[in-house]
Design a binder for this molecule. Structure first.
Ligand SMILES: NC(=O)c1ccc[n+]([C@@H]2O[C@H](COP(=O)([O-])OP(=O)(O)OC[C@H]3O[C@@H](n4cnc5c(N)ncnc54)[C@H](OP(=O)(O)O)[C@@H]3O)[C@@H](O)[C@H]2O)c1
Length: 221
């Protein structure tokens, strides 16, 4: 990134989120903040240059508390998410409700809580890690791969959340995009078996895309 940037990754304890933190920590002129539900030894190698906050995206209070420690922010990356094989016709409404709470209401809570910090800078980028599982076209393909069911419902709603945020914030110079990270070899990605790309590969591609984002790309997938 060209001038000093403050970047926050929500959901950085493992998988793609930790990959994003690793890549950001090696990016010059970047202040890096990550959030986890509970600190683990997996973060020890990052050292003190990366600030780690505790945040559960399903808990409004923990989000408000974390946001109160960050007065300024250039880029908010919401990576936290849950996903397993939970077909909608055999899952209870409570299961679907949990997906919506973590994958849709969580990002909504986070976006609202960090808006003042984003408004305090000019960059004003919000990136939500979505999935091609959100796509009606992709899901309609025979033999389509990837997590579907309740996960797909929640990611489709997440895309619409991003679109509505784009519409409401574009006149303030915000760039809001949902991003599909590809198939990544993480706890979630490995539920399909082996073959996903390493988290570092996806993280590098996402950060390259994020670095080049302008308000013109806001509202696109
Ligand atoms: N892997 C893929 O192939 C793939 C494909 C498309 C999209 N995605 C998306 O990419 C993102 C990252 O996925 P991943 O593959 O890295 O999954 P993962 O290995 O399962 O990691 C999920 C991350 O989300 C965090 N998280 C879960 N619930 C949370 C909550 N309530 N509050 C805060 N953090 C929470 C986890 O923290 P804990 O350690 O505390 O549980 C963990 O850091 C997700 O949004 C996922 O939907 C992944």
């Amino acid at each position: 990134m060209s001038s000093e940037q403050i970047v926050l990754v929500i959901g950085a304890s493992r998988g793609l989120g930790l990959g994003l933190l690793d890549e950001l920590a090696a990016t010059p002129n970047t202040q890096v903040i990550g959030t986890v539900r509970a600190p683990t030894a997996a973060l020890d190698h990052l050292g003190s240059s990366v600030k780690i906050l505790t945040l559960d995206i399903s808990d409004e209070e923990s989000i408000t508390e974390a946001a109160s420690t960050i007065p300024e922010l250039d880029t908010l990356i919401i990576n936290a998410g849950m996903g397993k094989r939970d077909p909608v016709t055999t899952s209870t409404t409570d299961v679907l409700s949990t997906y919506l709470d973590v994958n849709v209401l969580g990002p909504h809570r986070a976006i609202r809580a960090f808006l003042p910090a984003l408004r305090a800078r000019k960059t004003r980028r919000i990136v939500v890690i979505s999935s091609s599982s959100a796509s009606l076209g992709q899901q309609a393909l025979p033999g389509s791969k990837g997590l579907a069911g309740s996960y797909g419902v929640s990611k489709a709603a997440l895309n619409m959340l991003a679109m509505q945020c784009h519409k409401e914030l574009k006149d303030e110079g915000f760039t809001v995009v949902p991003v599909h990270p590809g198939w990544v070899a993480t706890d979630m990605g490995n539920t399909h078996g082996p073959g996903g790309m390493p988290p570092a590969t996806s993280a590098k591609a996402i950060l390259k895309l994020v670095d080049g984002l302008t308000p013109k790309e806001s509202g696109t997938f």
